[in-house]
Design a protein around this ligand. Structure first.
Ligand SMILES: [Zn+2]
Ligand SMILES: [Zn+2]
Length: 290
């Protein structure tokens, strides 16, 4: 039994293609213990003309709070989260939101790199893979400190998702100093690293199956070596069929690397699901604890 900590719905995320009822049905079908709805809140970003990627939080909570309250113990637990799109000057604005609203989990994302959007501004990639990835990881590290009221760093590998390079995957070996700083910052602030399935899906193709598109295992090993404990799974689903995608495979993979537990959040408090140290390929899950 898993908790999916990252997904979007169509009423609040412009790229969402699922209603909350579809999400609930998909979470049940996947046998999830819980699922966290984390709609995009990207202040000062507009993918549609004159429309910031934000939404009224009073309406969000009015819609989701009754569902959270009425979650039955024998059904997947609905959690209310948000995916905040970070830019340095927005930190105090976001701190105001996260202190005012009763989220279960706050995800922090870096969709813009120094004002440029890797999703639709192709010029960003001219810098070259190594230098660009170094800059992205450095900004992620600064973000953890710059906007401390969050729980989960989502898609640390976002910069690779739309990259045009022949080998897009980020590797630990080529930027180990940078990755170590990032991992140390996560540990120092007790923040959670997310394994993001949407990036895995983007990096896999017919020639490269999902398993080969998992994050570099050397990165997970370095994170463990530097004291990393909090790690979660996020499908980043925008459609019901993507909820909890690859979770058993990822749990077995993490367990095989020595990861002991998965983290999820309820009312901003970390909870864990213990992974049995089973050989890769076996499904491993068990009880929940604080
Ligand atoms: Zn995102
Ligand atoms: Zn997302």
């Amino acid at each position: 039994m898993y908790v999916d900590m990252h997904m979007h719905q169509l009423d609040y995320s412009s790229d969402g293609h699922q209603t909350v009822s579809q999400i609930i049905q998909a979470a049940k079908a996947a046998g999830l213990m819980g699922f966290c709805i984390t709609d995009h809140y990207d202040k000062e970003i507009a993918y549609r003309p004159d429309r910031e990627e934000i939404f009224p939080l009073d309406r969000y909570f009015a819609a989701l709070e009754p569902l959270r309250r009425s979650s039955r113990v024998d059904q997947p637990q609905l959690l209310i989260g948000i995916e905040l799109g970070y830019q340095p000057h927005l930190a105090s604005h976001y701190a105001g939101l996260t202190s005012r609203w009763p989220f279960d989990a706050v995800l922090l994302s870096l969709h813009l790199l120094d004002g440029q959007d890797p999703f639709d501004d192709r010029t960003i990639y001219a810098e070259g893979r190594c230098s660009l990835y170094r800059r992205y990881i450095t900004r992620l590290t600064e973000m953890i400190e710059g906007c401390p009221d969050h729980d989960i760093i989502t898609h640390f590998d976002y910069i690779s998702r739309y990259a045009p390079y022949p080998d897009r995957a980020m590797t630990y070996a080529e930027l180990s100093d940078c990755w170590d700083d990032f991992c140390r910052m996560l540990v120092r602030h007790d923040k959670c690293l997310e394994i993001n399935v949407a990036t895995i899906a983007a990096l896999s193709d017919k020639e490269k199956p999902d398993r080969d598109a998992f994050p570099d295992q050397e990165l997970i090993k370095a994170w463990l070596r530097l004291g990393g404990r909090r790690i979660c799974l996020g499908s980043d689903a925008h459609r019901p069929e993507h909820i909890a995608r690859l979770f058993p495979e990822l749990a077995a993979w993490l367990s095989g690397l020595g990861v002991a537990e998965l983290t999820w959040y309820e009312r901003r408090q970390p909870r864990t699901i213990r992974l049995e140290q089973a050989p890769a390929g076996q499904t491993v899950t068990d009880s929940s604890e604080i």
